[in-house]
Design a protein around this ligand. Sequence first.
Ligand SMILES: NC(=O)c1ccc[n+]([C@@H]2O[C@H](COP(=O)([O-])OP(=O)(O)OC[C@H]3O[C@@H](n4cnc5c(N)ncnc54)[C@H](OP(=O)(O)O)[C@@H]3O)[C@@H](O)[C@H]2O)c1
Length: 318
Amino acid sequence: MRLLVLGGTHFLGRHVVDAARAAGHDVATLTRGVSGEPPDGVRAFHADRDDPLPAEVLAWAPELVVDTSCQTRAAAEHATALDPAGYAFVSSLNAYRGWPPGPLRGEDEPTWDTDDDEYGPVKAHAERVLGGALRDRFLTARAGLVVGPFDPLHRLGWWLDRIAAGGPVVVPDALDQPIALVDARDLAGWLVQVCGQRSGAVNATGPAGMTTLGGLLDTCREVTGGDAEWVVVPEADLLAAGVQPWQHLPLWLPADVARTAWDVDTGRARELGLPSRPVRDSVADTWVWMQTHPRPEPPPGRTLPGLPADLEETLLRT
Ligand SMILES: NC(=O)c1ccc[n+]([C@@H]2O[C@H](COP(=O)([O-])OP(=O)(O)OC[C@H]3O[C@@H](n4cnc5c(N)ncnc54)[C@H](OP(=O)(O)O)[C@@H]3O)[C@@H](O)[C@H]2O)c1
């Protein structure tokens, strides 16, 4: 079928393009052409998503649309103009009004209903307008933590770099904290598979408790080799020193938030066949990618995560 990826040249979208080609679809992307171009054999349309769709996109008449782009202002207008048989949208758990901190018992929990120009409300707004326009042709994948090769947010990547550098590594005293993640390649393949076949909302992340923070860091050490040693710092000391959860120590949340934030019911995702490859494969493949590609540029307006050197020194001294 003709499958249009709205996005498709950066991270998740790039894997959607690969998965759609592997599934035998005729694939096109729609981007501004700033983040790069899709591989040979993929039609590249260019436009800003806030502008009307180019006539050649409408003329190509995609039958399926996978929307990984964060640009959602004109989403409903475009969806109506394209009128596809299936539309899969990449949303986020942040679309839920109560997450974080959660927990999320299923997909019926309330989503944001405000017009705020913030990540969660924007995703929820897009879901509402797209769902209104497309009805049972619309699936929204509320993604959790996405990892894998080409990840520009460099969260797992920072840990891999730091652990590979070896020596004493500051880690929070939350190593038994359960965490869940979804490999971008699993999510991408599944989006292609369910687009046009299934509808509604799906919490699209790994099963709760699939690993722990400590398990993930141990896997990073195994994969990178080296002599990294954990220097376990109590949460109160990290916070007192000014360590920002998630930003300075990626994937770490304070215990009171973590208890519920990682508690996400993904039963529907499992029923609909969203795979969850072994964490080791995601870690190892991300590390291979990092050895063969330059470190990513942070997306506009964002800083790459990581523990500032002065903070690390202070924490290791105490
Ligand atoms: N990473 C996570 O942990 C996480 C968690 C939950 C949800 N998500 C969601 O997952 C999705 C992942 O995105 P991704 O970056 O991996 O997708 P992607 O499709 O690989 O990259 C984003 C694409 O959007 C295009 N784009 C950006 N601004 C545009 C504009 N104004 N008009 C047209 N195209 C535009 C970019 O190309 P150009 O720059 O060339 O235009 C690029 O191709 C996002 O929707 C994000 O909210 C991520």
